[in-house]
Design a binder for this molecule. Sequence first.
Ligand code: IPE
Ligand code: IPE
Ligand code: MG
Length: 231
Amino acid sequence: MPALAPHIACIMDGNGRWAKRRGLPRTAGHTAGEEALATVVREAAHRNVGWLTVFGFSTENWVRPPSEVRHILGLHRKLFGRIDELNANNVRVRWIGRPFDEPGSRTPAPIQKAIRDAIRDTSTNTGMVLTVAFDYGSRAEIARAARLAALETASSADAASNGAHVSPAAIARHLYDPNLPPVDVLVRTSGETRISNFLLWQARHARVYFTDAAWPDFGADELDAALALVS
Ligand code: IPE
Ligand code: IPE
Ligand code: MG
């Protein structure tokens, strides 16, 4: 069945290789990737996309060289700072990732602030929802949701106290963003065909669109090809 306002989720890969092919530093690839994302957000908002979720930075990505991590963090500040553009396109920003107050959280305060500000300053928009996954890992998300669901089950009067009756619906209620709808199309760029711990729960029925294009080259035509899977 065609999705009316589909949810497209993108694993934005290949920034480093894009730069290397041009004899540029990897950071230039990330800069180009952030610009490509701004274009994709605009193009998606002008089509019938309801939800666009992008993998910006994984919990595993912290092991990259500090200078590269710093550069990527700066680009997230830039991305979350595009408030005027987002408002002009009626886009509402959301974020999923390890909660800032959780042990192991490494998100620097200025990025936390940029995320909070973007969410607040776009909250009244009624068009596409852009969700950025930052310091995100899907298994940790599901494990945490299961833990919270078990606590909820244990504390309700008539339920078993061992968490044995935790239902999928109860887990879904405790994901980082319980309102994130099922993914209709999962995109991965740059010729890789891995899922890499992205939205394992939400993408269970998703179509998958793999493309050889590196993320900085992902544009309107590629978006249309991905959308064709659900139209
Ligand atoms: C994706 O591009 C961006 C992030 C993971 C932050 P990569 O940096 O993984 O690019 P490649 O895979 O090395 O080409
Ligand atoms: C996945 O890309 C994470 C993001 C796009 C942010 P990676 O390039 O880090 O993925 P793997 O680990 O090579 O699969
Ligand atoms: Mg990669």
